[in-house]
Each structure stands twice: as C-alpha cells, then as structure tokens.
Ligand binder design. Sequence first.
Ligand code: FMN
Ligand code: SF4
Ligand code: SF4
Length: 259
Amino acid sequence: MKQEIIFCLSGTGNSLYAAKMLGTEICGIAREIKKENRHYRAERIGIVCPTYEFDVPEIVKEFIRTSTFETEYLYVIATYGMHHGGLAERLAAFMKECGRPAAYINTVLMADNALPVFNMDDQRDTNVSKHVDEQLSAIAADIAEKKHFIQPSPKEETDFYLGYLKHPLGFTWSDDNPLYTVSDACIGCGTCERICPMKCIEMKDGHPEHSYGACLMCLACIQACPKKAIRFASIHEQNPEARYRNENITLNDLFRLNQ
Ligand SMILES: Cc1cc2nc3c(=O)[nH]c(=O)nc-3n(C[C@H](O)[C@H](O)[C@H](O)COP(=O)(O)O)c2cc1C
Ligand code: SF4
Ligand code: SF4
C-alpha cells in the first residue's frame, strides 16, 4: 500500500505549498475529479485546499462525497487568509454525514489572495509574519503521528461566520454576467489558459475566452496574467496593479497541478 497521497486544489500556490510541505505525491483535485470510479488506497490520504467563504470549495466537497478512500487516516488542511469561520467543525460534520469521516482537519493562516478585499502588495510578505512554516511543521508532526483532531471553532470565528451569512459578498458570475474582462494589454501568452484548473479558458486567435459554467473564482487566471490584462468586469478590487503568487511556487508548479 502507498504511504501517502495528497489531493490539492490551489489558485495562487498557498495550498500547493502547504501540500508540498506535507508530502510528495500530490494530485490535482480538478483533474482527478473527472475520473470515474475513484477509489484511493494509502496509509494516509490528505486533501489540501483554500478556504472560500469560510468553507472548502464546492468542488472539494464534491470530490470527497464522490470518491472512496481506503485509509487509516483521512485528513483535510484548508489554507485561509483572515478568518476560517469555524470551517473544520462544519466540514467534519459534512464528511461524517457522507460516510467519509476525517481523522484530522486543521487550517493554516497564509497570505490572503482575495483581490476584492486585500491589496496584494500588502499581502505578499505576510507568509513570514503569519509564521506559515511553523504552522505547517506542527501540522506535519501531527500527521506523522496520525493524531486525531478537528480544529475547534473559537467564539469569535463562529460569530464572524454567522455575521457573514447575514451580509455575504454575494459575487455571482455566468456567461451572461462575466467575472472578467481582458484588455488590449493581453499578449496572447496562454498562461491563463494553462493555469485554470477548471478548463474555463480557451485561446482563440491568440486571445483568451472565458466560459463561466465551471469557474470557481479561484483567481488563478487574474493573479497569474503577466500583463495584468485580466480585470474584474464589475467587482471593485483593492489594487488592480498588484498580483500574488506564493513565493515558493512557480507558474510551472501550478500548471502541473492544474493541467
Ligand atoms: C473566492 C475566495 C474566497 C475566499 N474566502 C476566504 C475566507 O472566507 N476566509 C479567509 O480567511 N480567506 C479567504 N480567501 C483567501 C484564501 O482562502 C487564501 O488566500 C488561500 O490561502 C488561497 O489559497 P491558494 O493560493 O492555494 O489558492 C478567499 C479567497 C478567494 C479567492
Ligand atoms: S495570461 Fe494575460 S497576457 Fe497571457 S493570454 Fe491570458 S490574458 Fe493574455
Ligand atoms: S476562469 Fe475561474 S476557475 Fe479558471 S482560473 Fe479563472 S477564476 Fe479560476
């Protein structure tokens, strides 16, 4: 039996960095989920992904619900930038309900890549001040000893989450209501097409065309464009000139994960 498999989703590299700190056999969730009859067998199986609106992304829940895991130790690590909102306890309940109980769920505070809320020039260096490596070392030690733990939600995190439910950001997008526009600054390099985990972007005559049916708003395309040619169509962002990718992760790392 394999020792470890880690399944990962990552738009800007934080979750991929976390996954790399926890193991070496890393598979992209967006690619994996397209396979039929997914049955995975390993001593430890991990899922590492970003937090979106105080939850793991829908595609990650779908992957958990529709895969079978033959393992002694199933764990989930969610990276987040400001508030996890008590994600771990809710996810534990979800996983138990769908018959895939987790032994361990924890979160890692990292740079926040949410362009509508944060200026990436301010976020870029926060992986050091947020002590990311120390958090990951502690989690790696827990996982090595197969510790059982579901991160409890402090009251302020639960309150933050409940407050958000009353006033959600409520972003929506579709082909009729596109998330992005692409400016004349585009040089047709195809980075956005290659980095999109959901295959939502197709280069046509040297120009990217988005389709939004499967878009996660993971921000991989807008953050990675070397010309900052991708902009939100109607969402305000803090600094359209600042973009983020985890400093330890290359574009090729993300292409390999997401292609
Ligand atoms: C659509 C969206 C929603 C987000 N929601 C949250 C959130 O609820 N709480 C939080 O702390 N960070 C939130 N973030 C920040 C990311 O979870 C965080 O930066 C994460 O580490 C990014 O991981 P990645 O680089 O692997 O994509 C959000 C980011 C995006 C793009
Ligand atoms: S990444 Fe930017 S410059 Fe490259 S094709 Fe996409 S929009 Fe154009
Ligand atoms: S099109 Fe959507 S899913 Fe694809 S990279 Fe951009 S934000 Fe992510």
